[in-house]
Design a protein around this ligand. Structure first.
Ligand SMILES: Nc1ncnc2c1ncn2[C@@H]1O[C@H](COP(=O)(O)OP(=O)(O)OP(=O)(O)O)[C@@H](O)[C@H]1O
Length: 251
């Protein structure tokens, strides 16, 4: 029987809310079946769960890539249901897709600046460049290098930097540790906490469930398109009923 925890952070208004969302692809059956996920400001919320549970689909609905069939998307108190990705980007929501998306034959700087194509104010762009170069030291030190010459983990940081050029309030990260070795994975997780500490909320999807929950503030375990259990990340990590079933064996 599914565990149902009615848990809700009441201290701060949530920045991003997906409320009772139903969504699916084309005419196929629903993938998300009445799912509610809330992301408070400047926090990391991690979605974990088995393959096919609908984690990436949650991010696609949140960023406007996939329109929900029912439910609401609320960003900073405004109902943004039905708005497309460009509109939501302008409203403060960035989506870093699964896989690698840097252009290897362009420099790190050129890749990062692509993220600012909607920002008209040159002074603002310069300010953001300074910000991301400081936040991600490898982006600063390899600014003029070809992005293709960077390691996978370093390229992921270039993608993070690019996503921050629009000064988003919330960033959606889909499997950022995919394909990375343990050392690069540790660096990527550290950078996620730095993004959060710099004031950006993060909705994170990760297969690497235990490691992700260790750096997250809150977690949601998804199964079959529903939130199976949600709560403080530390509580999920120590919940014996989740253990091997959803989080994988302890290392
Ligand atoms: N573009 C698509 N067209 C049709 N069906 C899709 C599409 N993308 C995903 N699906 C289906 O939606 C369901 C949920 O997929 P989703 O990628 O959201 O799951 P996930 O939890 O992120 O899985 P994983 O951990 O394997 O990445 C799966 O059954 C998948 O086959």
């Amino acid at each position: 029987m599914p565990i149902l925890l009615c848990w809700r952070l009441t201290l701060a208004a949530d920045l991003l809310e997906l409320v009772d969302v139903e969504a699916g692809y084309g005419r196929a059956a629903l993938v998300l079946r009445g799912l509610t996920v809330r992301v408070p400001p400047a926090s990391v919320v991690c979605l974990v769960g088995p393959n096919g549970a609908g984690k990436s689909t949650v991010l696609k609905v949140a960023s406007g890539l996939l329109a929900p069939r029912a439910g609401r998307i609320v960003l900073d108190g405004r109902d943004v249901t039905g708005r497309g990705p460009q509109s939501l980007l302008g409203a403060g929501l960035s989506h870093v897709l699964q896989g690698h998306s840097v252009f290897p034959e362009m420099t790190v700087g050129e890749n990062v600046l692509l993220g600012a194509y909607t920002v008209r104010d040159k002074a603002r762009v310069a300010e953001r460049v300074d910000f991301v170069r400081t936040l991600f030291p490898v982006v600063g030190s390899r600014w003029d290098a070809l992005a293709g010459a960077l390691s996978g983990g370093q390229q992921k940081q270039v993608e993070f930097a690019r996503s921050l050029m629009v000064s988003p309030r919330v960033v959606l990260l889909d499997e950022p540790s995919m394909g990375l070795d343990p050392k690069a994975t540790a660096t990527v997780f550290e950078q996620i906490t730095r993004m959060r500490d710099a004031g950006t909320a993060v909705l994170l999807v990760e297969q690497n469930a235990r490691r992700a929950l260790e750096i997250a503030d809150q977690g949601c375990v998804l199964d079959l398109g529903r939130v199976h259990i949600a709560g403080p990340a530390q509580a999920l990590l120590t919940n014996p009923r989740l253990g091997d079933l959803y989080l994988g064996r302890r290392p």
